[in-house]
Design a binder for this molecule. Structure first.
Ligand SMILES: [Zn+2]
Length: 539
């Protein structure tokens, strides 16, 4: 059986085609289109049942009058989807947009190298500011001393700079700690926050049972006194926290008195041991957004449940809350994009953050992806409230197209070169070459073309020249008079490097950071000429 979501995907396909082509649809065709959609995995579970269901859906939509097709087409946002494809990155309509007055911010946590997901969120906020002649802020959300690491601040900035993002301002949440403390004290005075000394287990149970704890009845003076002790380091981690007094009976878990300040006495990358209590996301994010005049922000849908709490904090502190749009995940098929997974791989495998097998911006850069390809990829991903899927290979094809415009050199390359004699009894070749190298795998008895040499047929360890004029359909294969053995780093955890051989003469003309096509291998970037190291990009 197909889930409601998959049924919806299929219905949308039929409605789209019926509306755009103005004709009834064929179940067979819809089935094929559905197999290229996010419903594929479910269809594969039971092909026969899915086919029957798809036929039912197609017949149903086919029976609708055109007016209903059109109204469903519009109601389901399929029209916007069509326009979005045409104009690439289209932003949703937000309120309070004043040209020149828009301020957006992107708040990375300096806990990892930026990957494609960061690039997406950062670019969206940046482009929105620029489209509206506004200001763009990069703000490090570094209020967890256990995660913020010196190296990562720089790695994040390097990544965004490489993408061509120019922030008007770079700020640090850890510079706002005194302000955050004073706002928290204001919340305590307003009786909107209290110090809770319950242990984690008790708090968890109380949340589950929707029960208030006794700490909620502390007087303002008691709360201030306990908060001072938290601040000065007299209280240890886990012994006390500050919670908002919202509503323990709320059906929404986020509203049941969330923690906004925790003790963490570990030294911080920027402030050392100056601060001993650190704010939770909802508190610091709200205060700094409001204080720095952020008017609009795009963030991932996972933050949506916090919005009501953040709005309350802003209201209590007398701030106007920015317009925030939460976008849905864009799932990358065929690549790894999760920051958490990346960190696991880096921490467990002793890998560098720029290992070619990862999808950090640093590793994509090493592999010869151009920043423009990533920007185009983000355009293609679009912004939506509904989850979507994009193939990793789309990024590769964008990069391939951009590299083609640059006319990167094609260089002969071999996995296992063999020496070969050249036989040209009729003297067809312009340049007389008597021997050289081909790849051992080159098929015998079949005609190929070698640049600068001509058309050839291999016969064991001899190449017979058959002509010099190009013939349509002949595959160009590698040949070199002399080869150079080089190291090729692969985006592959199992086979991280290969030894290959490339044309010696061509290699001598290259310089560091050149991107080339290695024949039969793909696009590669020369990382270090001295050590003869290339990094594989893609086919
Ligand atoms: Zn308590």
């Amino acid at each position: 059986m197909l889930s409601n979501e998959s049924r919806n995907v299929i219905e949308n396909i039929v409605i789209k085609y019926r509306n755009n082509l103005k004709e009834k649809q064929d179940p067979e065709k819809v089935f094929k289109v559905a197999m290229g959609s996010e419903a594929k995995a479910e269809i594969l579970k039971d092909m026969q049942a899915s086919k029957t269901l798809i036929t039912e859906i197609v017949n149903d939509v086919n029976s609708w009058p055109e007016a209903k097709v059109l109204s469903e087409f519009e109601k389901r946002g399929l029209k916007e989807e069509k326009e979005k494809r045409k104009k690439t990155l289209v932003f949703p309509k937000l309120e309070n947009v004043v040209d020149g007055k828009v301020v957006t911010a992107y708040p990375p946590e300096p806990s990892k190298y930026p990957h494609i997901g960061h690039a997406y969120a950062c670019l969206i906020n940046y482009l929105y500011a620029k489209q509206n002649n506004g200001k763009f802020i990069i703000r490090f959300e570094d209020t967890n001393p256990d995660l913020a690491k010196k190296d990562y601040y720089k790695a994040q900035l390097d990544g965004y700079e490489w993408l061509g993002i120019k922030a008007d301002q770079v700020i640090y949440a850890s510079d706002y700690m005194d302000l955050i403390y004073s706002k928290l004290e204001k919340l305590i005075e307003l009786r909107k926050a209290y110090v809770c000394t319950c242990d984690a287990e008790t708090t968890r149970k109380n949340r589950e049972l929707k029960q208030e704890c006794d700490c909620r009845s502390h007087s303002v003076e008691q709360n201030i006194k306990m908060w001072q002790d938290m601040k000065s380091g007299k209280v240890n981690k886990g012994e006390a926290s500050v919670r908002l007094a919202i509503d323990m009976r709320s059906p929404q878990g986020e509203m049941r008195d969330p923690v906004v300040m925790r003790i963490n006495q570990n030294p911080h990358a920027r402030t050392g041991t100056k601060y001993k209590a650190w704010p939770a996301y909802i508190l610091q994010n709200t205060i700094i957004d409001c204080e720095t005049g952020v008017t609009h922000r795009f963030r991932s849908k996972e933050f949506e449940p916090f919005k009501p709490v953040q709005k309350l904090i802003a209201k209590w502190l007398g701030y106007s809350f920015p317009q925030i749009f939460e976008f849905a995940r864009v799932n990358l098929v065929g690549g790894q994009a999760s920051g958490r997974k990346l960190r696991e791989q880096v921490e467990s495998g002793g890998l560098g953050w720029d290992n070619p097998a990862l999808t950090t911006l640093a590793s994509l850069r090493r592999r010869g992806f151009l920043p423009e390809s990533i920007r185009e990829f983000v355009d293609k991903m679009g912004i939506s409230k509904t989850e979507s899927t994009i193939e990793w290979s789309v990024l590769e094809s964008m990069n391939r197209k951009l590299l083609a415009q640059r006319d990167v050199p094609k260089i002969s390359a071999f996995e296992s070169p063999v020496k070969i004699k050249i036989s040209d009894p009729n003297g067809l070749m312009k340049e007389k070459i008597s021997e050289g190298y081909i790849d051992e795998s080159l098929e015998s008895g079949k005609e190929f073309r070698i640049k600068h040499l001509g058309n050839i047929v291999r016969e064991k360890n001899i190449l017979n020249v058959t002509g010099t004029d190009p013939k349509p359909g002949l595959t160009i294969v590698s040949f070199s008079k002399a080869t150079e053995d080089v190291k090729l780093l692969m985006p592959d955890f199992d086979e991280p490097e290969k030894k290959i051989f490339i044309d010696k003469d061509e290699f001598s003309k290259l310089k560091d950071e050149d991107i080339v096509t290695l024949q039969g291998i793909g696009f590669c970037r020369l990382e270090n000429k001295k050590d003869k190291v290339f990094v594989f990009g893609h086919k």
